[in-house]
Design a protein around this ligand. Structure first.
Ligand code: ADP
Ligand code: MG
Length: 453
């Protein structure tokens, strides 16, 4: 949709207001040097297609279920991650942290399903089952757009992330069944997205009456203890461990940090996410699930068709693919069409993907051994629209693309689904010239969505 010049002029004129809103409402990040700045924000909401928004919302619930089922199939994970496990300490350590006999306990998920619009059809970038961030901040930007554009307020896509995530943690705590037990936040020392975490922690304690503690993996490994099947930390029984760190190898500086994972797994504490969930969340499993027969081991009929429609092409590097009329090993096809593919390491990370020329260079430098640790994914393309953003107090206008991630919360108790809900979204818009999408990496900016324009 074309955006009127009036709307664009208005966006420019709102920079000062927007900045003060962001500062006043805590849309902030810390820098490594300790200084504090507002997060990059959009000065006008994105005109979304209502059918696209609905489809991301609804498939989020289907993906919640799918990944719960996949995480529950250890033989499936073992089969498809066998090479990864050999090649990569991180994956090996996650497998090693699983309890020898699985402990019966509730499974709680706080996910985010990221999709890009291809017309009204969302194409999934990835499902985040661990440490899905920026929801509270996104909600504030949604409120900011409602405030700055009263005439659009009724068309904003509702974004109740705060309520959703808090209620997920509170319901997990309740399912544990001991009001005195605490929710432990696992965070990274020096985390730049620290304010959102502090707000979550305080709101959980003050509004929901749930005791909370905060720790690093290492400290939990050092001071945690499993007694009588329960996890104890700093004198409290632990009901829920909420990971906002632990998705990258450098979050585990030593064996003590890893010990925290095996203690949690072996105890009654509900882990968000569990190790098996984190294994299911690898890009390798995402690639595997894009194969229809493998997807159909978990979902069938219309659900399988619908999920499959939301996926793009994936391939291991050395398997045959057909692309634009020619066939060959995926690595050769991708090198011949660099604008059409993305090279990704199979595990999570942030900022680890290779695009364009860098992808071609990386493809040719990978050893056969290393190649096994990567997958190729079709590049999702969308037409650009005009975006106006505020970055480091400066207004920038330009052609943009966007990515919408719906938060999905879900709990399974005794094998029964207790709830499965979506609760608002993170919308990350970026200059079309940027391939990466990290907000905290400075590539994209927080946006809000309106429908019905
Ligand atoms: P991470 O685990 O680092 O978050 P993602 O798969 O989410 O990895 O990729 C990071 C970003 O790169 C995405 O948010 C998106 O902006 C961009 N990206 C990733 N895959 C694709 C793709 N297939 N097509 C277009 N952009 C992509
Ligand atoms: Mg991502």
């Amino acid at each position: 949709m074309t955006i009127s010049t009036d709307r664009i002029a208005r966006a420019h004129s709102l920079a000062h207001e927007a900045r003060e809103f962001a500062l006043a409402h805590g849309v902030l990040r810390a820098n490594r040097d300790g200084s504090i700045v507002h997060l990059p924000i959009s000065l006008m909401p994105w005109e979304a297609d209502a059918a696209f928004v609905r489809e991301v919302q609804e498939t989020t619930l289907l993906y919640n279920r799918l990944y719960h089922d996949v995480a529950g199939q250890l033989p499936f994970l073992e089969e498809h991650l066998a090479q990864a496990r050999e090649a990569d300490d991180f994956v090996r350590n996650l497998f090693a942290s699983l309890a020898p006999t699985p402990v019966e306990k509730p499974l709680l998920y706080m996910n985010r399903n990221d999709g890009m619009p291809v017309g009204a059809q969302p194409k999934q970038v990835e499902m985040n089952l661990m440490a899905a961030a920026l929801g509270f901040m996104s909600q504030k930007v949604n409120l900011m757009h409602q405030f700055l554009y009263p005439s659009l307020a009724s068309r904003m896509v509702p974004c109740p992330v705060r309520e959703g995530l808090l209620s997920a943690l509170a319901r997990g705590h309740e399912a544990f069944g001991d009001p005195a037990a605490c929710v432990v936040f696992v965070t990274l020392p020096g985390e730049v997205n620290v304010f959102e975490l502090r707000v979550t922690e305080a709101a959980l304690r003050l509004e929901k009456g749930v005791p909370t503690l905060r720790t690093s993996l290492e400290e939990l490994g050092e001071q945690g203890e499993v007694r009588g099947g329960d996890l104890w930390f700093k004198g409290s029984k632990v009901a829920v461990v909420y990971f906002r760190a632990g998705y990258a190898p450098d979050h585990y500086p030593n064996a003590t940090a890893w010990k925290s994972r095996s203690m949690i797994e072996a105890s009654s504490a509900i882990s968000v996410p569990a190790c098996a969930t984190q294994l299911a969340n690898t890009k390798k499993i995402q690639q595997v699930l894009s194969r229809r027969p493998l997807l159909e081991q978990f979902v069938q009929g219309d659900t399988a068709a619908r999920l499959h429609r939301s996926m793009v092409m994936f391939s291991p590097l050395d398997e045959e693919v057909t692309w634009k009329g020619s066939s060959g090993p995926a690595r050769e096809v991708a090198a011949a069409h660099p604008a059409d593919w993305v090279l990704k390491p199979y595990r999570e990370g942030g900022g680890n993907n290779f695009f364009d020329d860098e992808m071609v260079a990386r493809l040719s430098s990978l050893t056969p051994e290393e190649s096994r640790a990567y997958i190729l994914m079709e590049r999702i393309k969308q037409p650009a629209f005009t975006g106006v953003r505020l970055v480091n107090n400066e207004v920038v206008e330009g052609p943009c693309v966007t990515e919408m991630g719906f938060f999905g919360i879900c709990m399974v108790v005794g094998g029964e689904l207790s709830f499965n809900e979506h609760c608002g979204y993170l919308l990350r818009t970026k200059d079309e010239a940027n391939a990466e999408g990290l907000v905290l990496g400075g590539y994209s900016f927080l946006d809000g969505a309106v429908t019905g324009g």
